[in-house]
Write a protein that binds this ligand. Structure first.
Ligand SMILES: NC(=O)c1ccc[n+]([C@@H]2O[C@H](COP(=O)([O-])OP(=O)(O)OC[C@H]3O[C@@H](n4cnc5c(N)ncnc54)[C@H](O)[C@@H]3O)[C@@H](O)[C@H]2O)c1
Length: 318
């Protein structure tokens, strides 16, 4: 059983979307937190209000092995929450293996050298690939990622398993559906709103709109992660985190247009896949999480609606 009150958590990617929300929840439960982040996509403003209230911020890259190790050795975390990743690991970026896999190796190596015995890792439903059974359970095989992003996540999971065996590290791997909500800085909803702000007359959507996607609210993600961490007595933990249902890209586009620019014409692409590596039916099962006692509160539609509202509110009050 994992303890949070009084424990020390080093959160890589702590200034990001999921990271800032998780840091806040950990602090509320009485943890001491170090957010370690290079601010590539994260924002210091997401966490600066917590600094001095149990949180310290270290600007650093997880690929900088020396800095990561010295930060870990000094802070002495009980747990590393490893969220830092390039969300754009895809065809065309210069070094996907370095961005998506060596970075996880660097974190695990620093943990082994500084004696940290637990890791929470943000994996993704994309590890299963587009041809997997839907909704996909955690024990589905064969796992055949369709994107480099999914491949790097699956590779990271394999590294975690090996380090766990070699250095007696407990692990909590969470395969998230599409996570959305407060502090989101990327993803379909974010892109659609930005496009409409640039041109309120037309909205070009990637793919033909029939893609079905599972979304999960950031509030459910944070609560599920902390719930499993506190309740599980197992050394190896793998859980999908998803809502019960899906939503189509067409429904999302219509909701965004309805709230941002009602006169806009929606123009869809011609293929079901929105981009190379897209999973047109993205649907992972939350049955294991529910059987373990955690039921997400929000549907995909609730989460999409709340996210549109929070992005619009943030833009208005900037
Ligand atoms: N958002 C989703 O839908 C989703 C779904 C599944 C998994 N995940 C995973 O959850 C994690 C967090 O994602 P997010 O949506 O909050 O994205 P995000 O981009 O907001 O967060 C990533 C954070 O990591 C930091 N970072 C990136 N590379 C770094 C490096 N080399 N060294 C130090 N910091 C670095 C960024 O500055 C950012 O603050 C990622 O691992 C992502 O792959 C996200």
């Amino acid at each position: 059983m994992g303890k949070i009150n009084g424990a020390r958590f080093l959160v890589t990617g702590g200034a990001g979307f999921i990271g800032s929300n998780l840091c806040y929840a950990l602090l509320k439960e009485g943890a001491s937190v170090m957010a370690y982040d290079n601010l590539a996509t994260g924002k210091h403003s997401f966490i600066e209000g917590f600094e001095g209230n149990g949180l310290s911020f270290m600007k650093g890259d997880i690929l900088d092995n020396e800095k990561l190790l010295s930060s870990m050795s000094e802070f002495k975390p009980d747990v590393v929450v490893h969220l830092a990743a390039n969300p754009n690991v895809k065809l065309g970026i210069s070094n996907p293996v370095r961005e998506g896999l060596e970075s996880t190796y660097s974190v695990l190596d620093a943990m082994a050298k500084s004696g940290v015995k637990a890791i929470v890792f943000s994996s993704s439903g994309s590890v299963y690939g587009k041809d997997a059974l839907k909704p996909t359970p955690e024990n589905y095989s064969p796992m055949r990622p369709s994107s480099l992003y999914g491949a790097m996540k699956l590779g990271s999971e394999a590294l975690i398993s090996a380090f766990s065996n070699l250095y007696s590290i407990n692990y909590y791997i969470f395969r998230f559906a599409n996570v959305i909500g407060r502090n989101a800085t990327h993803g379909v909803i974010f892109d659609l709103i930005n496009k409409l702000k640039q041109n309120g007359k037309e909205l070009h959507v990637l793919g033909n709109g029939t893609q079905t996607k599972g979304y999960v609210s950031i509030d459910d993600v944070v609560d599920a992660v902390l719930y499993v961490y506190k309740k599980s007595g197992e050394r190896e933990n793998v859980f999908n985190v998803a809502s019960d249902d899906q939503i189509t890209v067409r429904e999302i586009a219509e909701m965004v247009v309805g709230k941002v620019s009602k006169e806009a014409k929606i123009i869809y692409g011609t293929t079901r896949e929105g981009w190379p590596g897209d999973i047109p039916d993205n649907y992972i099962s939350n049955a294991k999480l529910k059987a373990f006692g955690f039921t997400p509160k929000y549907t995909s539609k609730d989460a999409v609606e709340a996210t549109i509202d929070s992005i619009l509110y943030r833009d208005k009050h900037r």
